[in-house]
Design a protein around this ligand. Sequence first.
Ligand SMILES: Cc1ncc(COP(=O)(O)O)c(C=O)c1O
Length: 331
Amino acid sequence: MIARTTEGVKKVYQTENDVATLTASGTGAMESAVVNFTAPGDHSLVVAIGEFGNRFKNLVRTYGGHLVEQQYEPGQAADLDKIEAALKADPEICTVFITHNETSTGVTNPVLPDLAALVHSHDALLVVDAISSLSSVEVKTDEWDLDVVLSGSQKGWMTAPGLAFVSVNERGWERAAQTEASQPRFYFDLKRHLESGKTGQTPWTPAVSIWFQLDKSLEIMLAEGLENIFARHQRIGGMVRDGVRAMGLELLADEGVESNTVTAIKVPAGVDGGEVTKIAREEFQTVFAGGQGALRGKLIRFGHLGYMSDEDIQAGLNALEQSLAKAGFKK
Ligand SMILES: Cc1ncc(COP(=O)(O)O)c(C=O)c1O
């Protein structure tokens, strides 16, 4: 089953690179990237457009890296020119971390197709957190030459939380060998995962029950076809945006970079966002997320990825509209 699921995951990743499946949530995959591809004192550029970019910053600091931060305003996407300027300003940067789809702000970074060439021209390695995009939104790992790509089972993979994926190309393995002597790693040592995977094993006890789910969900995904999955997410993302705007609400994301997996809606003036999500949960059995970090209380986030039909979206929009009305919102 490990061999079969690895082949399936590689198809969804659109890669021939090695892919390790870890028993961990997505943050474990993020930590594995920091411990395998950076050494203490290495300069790492973290391109942060929200809370999950901030998590990379914390990880780099935790493992003794020299952090170079590039911070964007909530709702903005990353800018290739600014990334280039940061790389030029500090020639010692050897790793760039970026979030593809920022779940906390509902923004998909459009820079990925061109980013690897830029990062490689500065002899740096590119690590992409595609946890809430890959398997729902197109990520062409090989065509875009992405060195390390992370994802997590509970998002578009339609599986319970607990498995995380990491793809690694030749550049990545070279870096892992270079940093091995100076950066301690054990549970998340990707080389151990690769070696075990070759014999149909995992180095540590795998979350078998979740693996069975993954096996089934890959079957469902590959039967639907990647192109159809991406088209469905695009259509559903559009439905949510249209529905939300028709209610007189505003999105956090700048126009043109809105995510097709999660929509971050600004809580309208005079309305208590916590009250809206409470009413939706208790009276309409619908769970919306609030804002994270500095955006706590300011957002209502509507997830629309994975096992999701037009009817589900319509039900979600109805629940949102009625909960808002009960919380006192007038268009
Ligand atoms: C973009 C992104 N990165 C990282 C994570 C962290 O993953 P986990 O919560 O599975 O540890 C998430 C989870 O919401 C995410 O959406």
